[in-house]
Ligand binder design. Structure first.
Ligand code: PLP
Length: 420
């Protein structure tokens, strides 16, 4: 459920008419709903609360906006970060360091030091080489790195190949059949406190079965480590729960997920950690855009050219992803159209042959479910600048990321004097 609904025939973000947001902030603009973020955070927490000791870490990469992170922090979420930049953001948003988990296959020595200096709660190590390096750095600095070893369970998550992370040919985690021996070796190293395992098999999962199989495999290695005299106090089950991108689509709910986790992890006696991103932020944001013109070629499907483009919302170009597209003031009439942005690439296409609300130049419309992996993937391609972001809270609206203009971007560029 979200708070982007029709009222008297026009779309509102909570209690704010979207047309007013367009007027005030221009388009394209991302709109986040605080109430929706909070609702999703609470539904997720309630689904997992019965599990006992849990730690919730919002996947910052899904939406790193400081205001969004602050909402999550107020909801008691920590952060799952995948770079030094995300770590700095999470801290800037007020997240306690001990609630931060650092994931990623390519943590640099500098990023490891940054995490150690901050005193983050956990590093999710993705290779033995990484563990050895982290141990050396932590030991030299007189610090202890609390760690989980990320395993690759070799399971097909059944999602888009570009967001699948749990197959043996993906770069993530260590092969699960080597995980126990590796864990025992790493546990011997000074500077490391090996405390458990982590697993994350992919994103936008529409079926719980692959997750269940992955968690069962993790449960087996937890037992094996313990039978070898090792200690396991934490298991990080990652994120990955999918969201409906199409109105009416049915996906496993957080409650379904919670029941499955409870069943599989019964008797593990660990703190269970979760790293949800999309399921919290996805439907808490929309991308508001204005139709520049409708281009009609005789006998062909018309092109609705909008002022948002693949640089603002990359998912359709990147993954062929679907975003529902609705007029802000629907008339009831429909049209079949191709929805495209202004960028000079055929890939700058949001939808082909889509049945949509009838639109004309100057009309406003939204791409729905754009709160996760939306603005954060933006680029300035075609010198379009960086898209603006606002948040609504009841009848309040505020800019949470100002539009960055092309001239602001090229102000950082230099023409060397030897070109004069
Ligand atoms: C991306 C990512 C997540 C979040 O995935 P969602 O599908 O957005 O829930 C969680 N953990 C790790 C390690 C990730 O890379």
């Amino acid at each position: 459920m979200d708070h982007f609904q029709l009222r008297n025939g026009e779309l509102y973000a909570e209690d704010v008419p979207m047309a007013r947001i367009a007027e005030q902030y221009g388009t394209p603009v991302y709109i986040y709903s605080r109430a929706t973020l909070e609702r999703h955070a609470r539904v997720f927490r309630e689904a997992l609360q019965p599990l006992g000791k849990i730690h919730l870490a919002f996947a910052v990469k899904s939406n790193p906006n400081l205001a969004v992170l602050r909402v999550m922090q107020r909801e008691g979420f920590g952060a799952d970060v995948v770079s030094g930049g995300e770590l700095a953001r999470a801290m800037a948003a007020g997240m306690p360091a001990e609630d931060i988990v650092f994931s990623g296959v390519g943590k640099t020595a500098r990023e490891m030091m940054q995490g150690l200096d901050a005193g983050i709660g956990q590093f999710n190590i993705e290779s033995e080489e990484e563990g050895v390096e982290l141990a050396r750095i932590a030991d030299a600095a007189g610090r202890t790195a609390h760690c989980a070893l990320r395993v690759n369970p070799d399971i097909d998550a059944g999602t888009h190949e570009k967001i699948s992370t749990g197959k043996s040919d993906n770069k993530f985690g260590v092969p699960i059949d080597q995980a126990v021996a590796m864990y025992m070796r790493l546990a011997e190293l000074p500077g490391l406190d090996m405390r458990g395992f982590a697993v994350h098999i992919g994103s936008q999962l529409s079926d719980l079965k692959p997750l269940e199989l992955a968690f069962e495999k993790v449960g087996a290695i937890v037992s094996q480590v313990r039978s070898h005299g090792g200690t396991v106090t934490h298991v990080d089950l990652g994120g990955g729960l999918g969201v409906p991108y199409k109105a009416g689509e049915k996906l496993p709910s957080p409650a379904d997920y919670g029941h499955m986790v409870a069943r599989v992890t019964k008797g593990w006696d660990v703190t269970l950690m979760f790293e949800p991103g999309r399921v919290i932020a996805g439907n808490a944001g929309v991308l508001l855009t204005e139709v520049i013109r409708v281009k009609r070629n005789s006998n062909r499907t018309p092109f609705v050219v909008v002022d948002a483009a693949m640089n603002d919302l990359a998912r359709p170009a990147l993954y062929g992803a679907w975003h529902d597209f609705d007029a802000v003031k629907p008339t009831g009439e429909k049209m079949t159209a191709n929805i495209v942005g202004p960028i000079c690439e055929t890939g700058d296409t949001f939808a082909m042959e889509r049945n949509i609300d009838a639109l004309e130049a100057g009309d406003l419309a939204v791409f729905r479910t754009a709160g996760a992996y939306g603005a954060t993937m933006a680029s300035s391609y075609n010198s379009r600048g960086f898209v603006a972001e606002v948040m609504v809270d009841g009848d309040k609206v505020a800019s949470v990321a100002d539009r960055i203009l092309p001239e602001d971007i090229y102000a950082a560029e230099r023409v060397p004097e030897w070109l004069d």
